[in-house]
Design a binder for this molecule. Structure first.
Ligand code: ZN
Length: 106
């Protein structure tokens, strides 16, 4: 990767941002000091911070269902804050081994 300002080589560095688990990858030019962040990694970090700062965090138990399946109740508070009435389709995504993300829409 070349520096867009002076065209010399850029050095890759990993930067830690408060509350984000994954480091943000930045590219720094040793010659002119120009630097930028890799968009994918900064978006990742922003997402992680948002999860940490979620306005609603409730401890819930996973319940056992038949055929090895598991389930989880959504409390009234969660349903109300997300405007869920039941019957909606949601998207479940597992970004890493510690998060289960349920998106109401894509
Ligand atoms: Zn430069």
């Amino acid at each position: 990767m070349k520096c867009p300002k002076c065209n010399s080589g850029m050095k890759e560095a990993r930067v830690r941002i408060q509350d984000a688990k994954s480091p943000v990858i930045s590219h720094q030019c040793a010659k002119c000091g120009y630097f930028d962040f890799e968009e994918k990694s900064i978006n990742n970090a922003i997402r992680e911070i948002k999860i940490m700062e979620a306005p609603l965090s409730i401890k819930q138990k996973i319940i056992k269902l038949s055929h090895g399946r598991l389930g989880m109740y959504l409390s009234k508070d969660i349903a109300r804050s997300l405007n869920l009435r039941g019957g909606e389709e949601v998207y479940v995504c597992v970004p890493d081994k510690k998060h289960l993300l349920v998106s109401i829409s894509c």
